[in-house]
Design a protein around this ligand. Sequence first.
Ligand code: ADP
Ligand code: MG
Ligand code: ZN
Length: 311
Amino acid sequence: MKGKIEVVIGPMYSGKTEELIRRVVRRNIAKQHGMIFKIFSDTRSKNENIVSRAGTSLKATTIRSARDALRYMGEKKDYVAFDEAQFFGEELFDVVNLFINRGTDVIVAGLNLDFRGNPFDNVMKIVAIADEIVLLKAVCVVCGRDATRTQRLILKNGEWVPASQSDPVFKVEGADVQTRYEPRCKDCWKVGDNMAKVGRHMDVIPEIYDDGKEAKGVEKRVLIGPKDGAPTFVMRHFTVKPGGFSPYHSHPWEHEVYILKGRGFLRTIEDEKPFESGDYVYVAPNEMHQFVNDSSDKILEFICVIPKSGA
Ligand code: ADP
Ligand code: MG
Ligand code: ZN
């Protein structure tokens, strides 16, 4: 006989892990054999347990992908369970089918919606083939009604505000933007659609490079970057005093520069390329380069864009 598929979905805090644990405990009381899988992650506790917010826990096996679960197929199991199904990717569908075809029941718990309110496709595919679907609700932390959504909040200028539509679905590890989640009802749930803003470069506090050897007379202002939630590029504004220069160095990321004011030259390994306001300058990854203001009286001012990896 083929296995049965039980799916537990809902927002964060709705009790999915609790429900998965409850179902597994009942099976264990019935002397069934099985195991719980969770996805490996660097940031979470490494101990091999799943823990609900209510404090209940059960031993689990940490795997790096849904396919890894197949390695445990050898001896026949009565059930397998996957917690946080959204992390297991598209291949969870095939893996679940392989288990049920061998007569193993599968319990899957996970988020149905991401913080933007879009379905997790891999979880919804399991819903489509499920024998039983449980939709759990949390309590809306704003109004106390049933919460079906997960609100992502980010810390911005000391205030928790809704994360923007353009935020990545899975938060990148080590992202410098502070993040937290809350269960909310549809009415209290918000996606910040507008991170757009206008600012003045003079309002940004500069970093000064002026030891006279490596660099001289340089002020750098990071105008747009991770602090604004920008996922890809960092825009910096530089001023270089007359006779000043940036370090002569290289790095694995490129520079895309636009000269706003003044003039100077780019020192490379082979020559000096003069530039003035209105010019653009490209420095490829790993090329030696230095920006020099060779004017005697005018400030050199330019914009330099780099990828986030160089910031
Ligand atoms: P999930 O796996 O869905 O994120 P858990 O099973 O880990 O949820 O935790 C559910 C428990 O979280 C509840 O039983 C309750 O004790 C606790 N909890 C804390 N805040 C809330 C909330 N706003 N709504 C519902 N449960 C909450
Ligand atoms: Mg959980
Ligand atoms: Zn509400």
